[in-house]
Design a protein around this ligand. Structure first.
Ligand SMILES: C[S@@+](CC[C@H](N)C(=O)[O-])C[C@H]1O[C@@H](n2cnc3c(N)ncnc32)[C@H](O)[C@@H]1O
Length: 268
């Protein structure tokens, strides 16, 4: 498994999908992370994707750099920034290999910690974040809880897991892109390893034009799962202090019903 890492699906047609359709996705996350950036600049958007958070922050005049493992996501982010006359510092880098010339008051990671990785590399990523923060700087990192996704959670049970991998199928729906084609995506779960808290997904992507299949791609994605207490402990092991946890991108205590937790940690 580790030889191919980072193994992610945000390339080609999936990257185009993010760029065309996902700017409005989970909109409440944007003001939540923005408050941290306003309290501490410069900031680094780790796994910035096509700039769903980064571009609104630049428009607001905030000093934010971005990095992402996918050259396609970074290229699309740069195109969008260029169109608005913005010129962010963007780098193609895996988070466990983060190596940037600047140090930051805030580093945030939205929807990406544990992706394309394994536990060793996740720990390295936390160390890289620690090194890239100024003393007193803040790390803000979110993670969807494994028990929040009913489709995936059932496979933590031995009996259900025996039916994996899920059946491959074509996308159910397609959406029209700005160049008049149509793109459809469909994911399936290939493996769930509850011992290592690791899930492997596959994404099938198709592009259609005038009723004809023009391109098809298949990508895989590794996702490492964490519960609250383990992630708190590895943040502390990486040197962070004052680790607090918020529920659902709101500055409040988490509850068992929260699908997403956000970990806020300080470099001493
Ligand atoms: C779900 S998207 C989120 C993008 C952006 N943060 C947002 O919220 O719109 C996940 C992003 O993480 C990036 N990514 C996945 N694994 C990564 C890794 N190990 N290092 C750096 N980036 C990674 C992907 O290329 C993709 O752009």
């Amino acid at each position: 498994m580790t030889a191919e890492l980072p193994r992610t699906w945000h390339h080609g047609l999936v990257a185009q999908w993010w760029s065309e359709f996902n700017d409005e996705f989970r909109a409440h996350e944007i003001p939540y992370f923005q408050r941290f950036v306003e309290r501490g600049q410069p900031a680094l958007d780790v796994a910035c994707g096509t700039g769903r958070l980064l571009l609104p922050y630049l428009r607001a005049g905030l000093d934010v750099d971005g990095c992402d493992v996918s050259p396609d996501m970074i290229a699309l982010c740069r195109e969008k920034a260029d169109r608005e006359g913005l010129a962010p510092n963007l780098r193609v880098q895996a988070m466990h290999e983060l190596e940037l010339p600047r140090r930051y008051r805030t580093i945030y990671v939205c929807g990406a910690f544990g992706l394309g990785s394994d536990r060793g590399r996740d720990r390295q990523a936390l160390e890289r974040f620690f090194d890239h923060l100024e003393p007193g700087g803040t790390l803000v990192l979110d993670k969807g809880m494994p028990y929040a996704d009913a489709r995936q959670w059932k496979y933590w049970l031995k009996g259900e897991r025996a039916s994996l991998p899920e059946t491959a199928a074509s996308p159910r729906e397609r959406r029209r892109t700005s160049d008049g084609a149509e793109i459809g995506l469909r994911s399936r779960i290939l493996e769930v390893d509850p011992l290592n808290q690791h899930v492997v997904y596959e994404m099938r992507a198709e592009r259609w034009r005038e009723g004809k299949l023009e391109a098809e791609e298949t990508h895989r994605l590794d996702d490492g799962h964490y519960f609250r207490n383990e992630l708190t402990l590895i943040l502390e092991r990486a040197g962070f202090v004052d680790v607090s946890v918020h529920g659902e991108h709101e500055e409040r205590e988490p509850t068992p019903d929260d699908d997403f937790l956000v970990f806020v940690a300080r470099k001493p």
